[in-house]
Structures are given as structure tokens and as C-alpha cells.
Write a protein that binds this ligand. Structure first.
Ligand SMILES: CC(C)(COP(=O)(O)OP(=O)(O)OC[C@H]1O[C@@H](n2cnc3c(N)ncnc32)[C@H](O)[C@@H]1OP(=O)(O)O)[C@@H](O)C(=O)NCCC(=O)NCCS
Length: 141
């Protein structure tokens, strides 16, 4: 089930985040930050997936999503994105933006399966790899 990350979860969340492709460490200050939102997906109370999104006035940006490898392909990523789409709908259909490496075919398929559309390419954003910027949200279907 969907669960808001709290300071009790910080240790486990930071362990999970060691597997993502950036130096991200969540602190209590970040959990309390007015723009940042950390949401997990739990099975039997164990956090098996996490999404971070920023809600900045009239935009949502998905910063990252991660599902523990042995729990993948069970629609957990889909449920985490659906949660963010629900937030955007409740905020009167504000747009959701995200950016992903061109070569991350799995994540791109996930976003595209949820109606996200490619809007820009940031050439060589990751050194020698492009970033693809996607936009989604309830009103883009
Ligand atoms: C991307 C990620 C979050 C997907 O999580 P998930 O829970 O496995 O995704 P879902 O089960 O909801 O899959 C939804 C869709 O994504 C696509 N997809 C997921 N895994 C896939 C795979 N291994 N190969 C191809 N497509 C795949 C499919 O279109 C799938 O729909 P389908 O099951 O009907 O075929 C997960 O693979 C992950 O954590 N990857 C590492 C972190 C990462 O790259 N994050 C994105 C950048 S921050």
C-alpha cells in the first residue's frame, strides 16, 4: 500500500537509495521541506518502492522512483506514479514533469504506459547520454 515516508523510515529508505544513480540521502529536514514529497509502497509493512516528487506551485516534478529488484514487474512502479497523478488531478490537473536517461528503456516504458509524452531532449545531460523530458498528468491522455 501507499505510505508517506516518515522519520522512522529514514534508515531503510537511505539504504534503498544507495542503489539509485545519484547521491541522494534523505534527512529529516528534507522530509519536512515544503516542496518535497517522499512516498513509499509497502508490502507487509516493508517498504519495497519509493517515489520522490516535488510539488512547486503549479508543477509537479518526479525526481526519482525506485522499486527493489525482486519486487519489480508487479505494478508497484505504476501504483507510485498513479499516486502522483492523483495528486496532480486533485490540484486541478497541474502538469507532471520528469527527466530520464535515454538508455533507461524500462523506466521510459513505465512512463509511456502511463500516458507521459516526450517533450524535450536535453543533449548530453548525463555526460555522453541524453536526458529525455516527459510530461504527464491526468489531462494529457
Ligand atoms: C522503473 C521501475 C521503477 C519500474 O518499476 P516496476 O514496479 O517494475 O514497474 P511496473 O511493474 O509498474 O511496470 C509498468 C510497465 O513498465 C514497463 N516495464 C517494467 N519493467 C520492465 C522491463 N523489465 N522490461 C520492459 N518493460 C518494463 C512495462 O511497460 C510495464 O507494463 P507491463 O507490466 O504491462 O508490461 C523499476 O524498474 C526500477 O526501480 N528501476 C531502477 C530505478 C530507475 O531506473 N528509476 C527511474 C529513473 S529515476
Amino acid at each position: 500500500m501507499i505510505k508517506k515516508i516518515t522519520n522512522k523510515d529514514l534508515e531503510i529508505v537511505n539504504e534503498l537509495l544507495q542503489n539509485i544513480d545519484r547521491n541522494e540521502k534523505v534527512s529529516i529536514d528534507m522530509l519536512e521541506h515544503p516542496f518535497f514529497n517522499y512516498v513509499g509502497y509497502t508490502i507487509d509493512e516493508k517498504i519495497v518502492g519509493i517515489i520522490k516528487y516535488s510539488l512547486i506551485y503549479d508543477r509537479i516534478e518526479i525526481d526519482y522512483i525506485y522499486v527493489i529488484p525482486e519486487y519489480r514487474k508487479n505494478k508497484i512502479g505504476t501504483k507510485l506514479i498513479e499516486h502522483v497523478i492523483d495528486v496532480s488531478t486533485r490540484k486541478k490537473n497541474i502538469k507532471i514533469l520528469l527527466e530520464v536517461r535515454r538508455g533507461n528503456v524500462v523506466a521510459r516504458k513505465l512512463y509511456e504506459s502511463m500516458g507521459f509524452k516526450e517533450i524535450t531532449i536535453r543533449r548530453n545531460y548525463y555526460g555522453n547520454e541524453d536526458a529525455i523530458v516527459y510530461m504527464g498528468g491526468e489531462s494529457d491522455g
